[in-house]
Write a protein that binds this ligand. Structure first.
Ligand SMILES: Nc1ncnc2c1ncn2[C@@H]1O[C@H](COP(=O)(O)OP(=O)(O)OP(=O)(O)O)[C@@H](O)[C@H]1O
Ligand SMILES: [Mg+2]
Length: 198
C-alpha cells in the first residue's frame, strides 16, 4: 500500500509554495524597478513636479512590495495641486525611503495592522507632506540621531536612508521634521517644501 500524504495534498502544497515564491519575486522586482527607475535620465531632470503624482506613482510602482508587506496605504490629500521645483527622482526617493522605513518598522515590531497615511496641505507659499504610520514609533534611537549616516536600529540597515531624505529636502529648499509618535500610533515625518509659483 502506498504511504505518505495523498497526491491532492502534495499538489496543493506545491501550488502554495509556488504562489509564495512568485509573489516574493514580484515584490522584489517592484522594489528593484523603483530604485533603478530613479536613475533614469528623464526622472533626474529638474522641473515642475506635482507632489500628488509622485505619491501615487511610488505607491503604484511599489504595489506588489506593499501587498507582500500587508501594508494599507491611505490618503488625505489637499484639494489643490501642489507643484514643486524638483526632479521626479528626488521626490520619489524621499517617499520610497519613508515607505520602506515604515515597512521595516512594522516587520521589526511584528505589527498586526500596517497603515501608512500620506497627508498633504497647502500653506501660504509652501507645500506640506506628512507621512504617518501605525508602527511602533521611533524607539531605541534619539530623534536627533536618525538623520546621521550609519545610525540604524536594524541589523541590515546602512542608516543612510534618512540622511539622503534630509539632504534631498534641504537641497530642494525645504525642511524635514520627525515625531516619535503620531495619531496612527507610529512615526510621523513632516516635510515642508517651497511651492512653485504659477
Ligand atoms: N517609520 C519609522 N518607524 C520607526 N522607526 C523609524 C522609522 N523611520 C526611521 N526610523 C528609525 O530611524 C533609523 C534610521 O533610519 P534610516 O532610514 O536612516 O536608516 P535605516 O532604515 O536603519 O537603514 P537603511 O535606510 O539604510 O535601510 C531606523 O533604523 C529606525 O530606528
Ligand atoms: Mg531607511
Amino acid at each position: 500500500m502506498a504511504s505518505g500524504p495523498p497526491d491532492w495534498f502534495k499538489s496543493e502544497q506545491l501550488a502554495a509554495y509556488g504562489k509564495d515564491i512568485r509573489e516574493s519575486c514580484e515584490a522584489l522586482l517592484a522594489f528593484a524597478k523603483v530604485t533603478l527607475g530613479l536613475l533614469e535620465h528623464e526622472k533626474r531632470r529638474r522641473g515642475p513636479t506635482p507632489i500628488h503624482d509622485s505619491i501615487r506613482n511610488v505607491v503604484r510602482l511599489l504595489r506588489p512590495f506593499l501587498d507582500r508587506s500587508a501594508l494599507q496605504v491611505d490618503y488625505d490629500l489637499a484639494q489643490e495641486r501642489l507643484t514643486v521645483w524638483s526632479s521626479k527622482a528626488a521626490l520619489e526617493s524621499i517617499l520610497t525611503n519613508l515607505l520602506t522605513n515604515s515597512i521595516e518598522a512594522f516587520r521589526r515590531a511584528n505589527s498586526p495592522t500596517r497603515k501608512v497615511l500620506f497627508r498633504t496641505r497647502l500653506l501660504d507659499e509652501e507645500a506640506r507632506v506628512i507621512v504617518l504610520d501605525s508602527g511602533p514609533g521611533i524607539k531605541d534611537i534619539g530623534l536627533d540621531e536618525i538623520w546621521l549616516p550609519g545610525k540604524t536600529t536594524t541589523d541590515q540597515g546602512t542608516g543612510l536612508g534618512l540622511t539622503i531624505v534630509k539632504d534631498t529636502v534641504t537641497e530642494m529648499g525645504g525642511t524635514v521634521h520627525a515625531s516619535a509618535d503620531s495619531e496612527l500610533g507610529g512615526a510621523e515625518f513632516t516635510i515642508t517644501l517651497p511651492l512653485l509659483k504659477n
